[in-house]
Design a protein around this ligand. Structure first.
Ligand SMILES: CC(C)(COP(=O)(O)OP(=O)(O)OC[C@H]1O[C@@H](n2cnc3c(N)ncnc32)[C@H](O)[C@@H]1OP(=O)(O)O)[C@@H](O)C(=O)NCCC(=O)NCCS
Length: 251
C-alpha cells in the first residue's frame, strides 16, 4: 500500500472517477479519489481533518490541557495529522477525495502488520514537529498509553487475524456522499484482499454511517477505563465477497 510521491493519476484513479459518479447519487459534485501525494494535498488533508475532528471526544480528551486555547489545540491536531499522514503514506494508505483542486475528504488506513511501526513513527514525528510549542509531557504520555490500550483491544477482537485498520476518515462536505465514496473505495480493496476492516469510532452519531457499510460493534469501551475517558465503539466489517484467503503475514 506504499504510495509514490511523484505518481501521476493512474488508470485506476480515472476509473474510480467514473465509478464515483455512478455510486454517488447524493449530488452532481464531480469527485475523484487520488493518493495523497505532495505537500499541497498533505496540508489540505490535514486542515480538513482538523476541522472534522476538532469536536471529536477522543481528540479533545487527549489534548484536554488545551481546551481553553482552541487555536493551540487546532495547531497541535494539525501537527498530529501531518505526522499521521506521513507515517501512513510510508506504511499504509492515504487517499484524498478531490473536487477540482480541493481536497473535500480523506481516509487514512494501515495494514495490521504495520500498525506498530505506524504508531512509533507518528509519535516520533509528532514529538519532532511540536518541539517549538511542546505539548505537556502528559499529552505525549497519554497518547502513548492510549496506543497501547488500543493495541490490546485490537488484538483481543481480531484474535491474530490480518486486517485493515481504518485509522481516520473525514470530509468537509458532510451528507453529500463524499464519505460514502471513500468508504466504498476502502471496502472494495478489503473485499478484493478478503480482509476485515477494524476501526475505533468515537461518536455515537457515526454508528449508522458505519452500519451502512457493514461495520458491527464488537465492544463499547471507555478509553483506558478512565472515569472521564471518551467512549469508543470498536467495530469490524467482515469482507463481503469471498476473496483469496490471505496468508497470516499478508498485511
Ligand atoms: C463520518 C463522515 C466521514 C461521513 O461522511 P459523509 O460524507 O457525511 O457521509 P455520506 O453523505 O457519504 O453518507 C454515506 C452513506 O451513509 C449514510 N449515512 C450517513 N449518515 C447516516 C446516518 N446518520 N444514518 C443513516 N445513514 C447514514 C448515507 O445515507 C449514505 O448512504 P448511501 O450512500 O447509501 O446513500 C463525516 O460525517 C465526517 O467527516 N465526520 C467528521 C469526522 C468523523 O467523525 N470521522 C469519523 C471519526 S470516528
Amino acid at each position: 500500500m506504499t504510495q509514490n510521491e511523484n505518481a501521476e493519476p493512474t488508470p485506476q484513479e480515472t476509473e474510480a472517477k467514473s465509478e464515483n459518479h455512478a455510486m454517488n447519487d447524493h449530488s452532481k459534485i464531480d469527485l475523484r479519489v487520488v493518493p495523497c501525494v505532495g505537500r499541497n494535498l498533505r496540508n489540505q488533508l490535514a486542515d480538513l481533518m482538523v476541522t472534522a475532528f476538532v469536536d471529536d471526544p477522543n481528540a479533545i480528551w487527549h489534548h484536554k490541557s488545551y481546551k481553553s486555547a482552541e487555536h493551540k489545540f487546532r495547531r497541535l491536531l494539525h501537527d498530529l495529522f501531518i505526522a499521521e499522514i506521513l507515517s501512513a503514506k510510508a506504511h499504509g494508505l492515504v487517499q484524498c477525495t478531490m473536487q477540482g483542486d480541493t481536497v473535500v475528504g480523506g481516509i487514512i488506513a494501515v495494514p495490521s502488520a504495520h500498525i506498530k511501526k505506524f504508531d512509533t513513527m507518528v509519535t516520533l514525528r509528532y514529538a519532532k514537529r511540536v518541539l517549538g510549542h511542546l505539548p505537556t509531557v502528559s499529552t505525549m504520555v497519554n497518547l502513548a498509553l492510549t496506543d497501547m490500550w488500543d493495541a490490546r483491544h485490537r488484538s483481543k477482537i481480531m484474535k491474530g487475524r490480518p486486517f485493515i485498520y481504518l485509522f481516520a476518515i473525514g470530509v468537509n462536505l458532510r451528507g453529500q456522499g463524499v464519505g460514502g465514496v471513500q468508504m466504498r473505495q476502502l471496502t472494495a480493496i478489503a473485499d478484493i484482499l478478503g480482509l476485515p476492516i477494524y476501526l475505533e469510532n468515537s461518536k455515537d452519531k457515526n454508528l449508522p454511517f458505519y452500519g451502512r457499510f457493514g461495520f458491527e460493534v464488537q465492544e463499547k469501551a471507555v478509553v483506558r477505563e478512565k472515569k472521564d475517558g471518551p467512549v469508543l465503539w470498536l467495530m469490524v466489517r467482515e469482507p463481503q465477497k469471498a476473496g483469496p484467503a490471505p496468508p497470516a503475514n499478508a498485511v
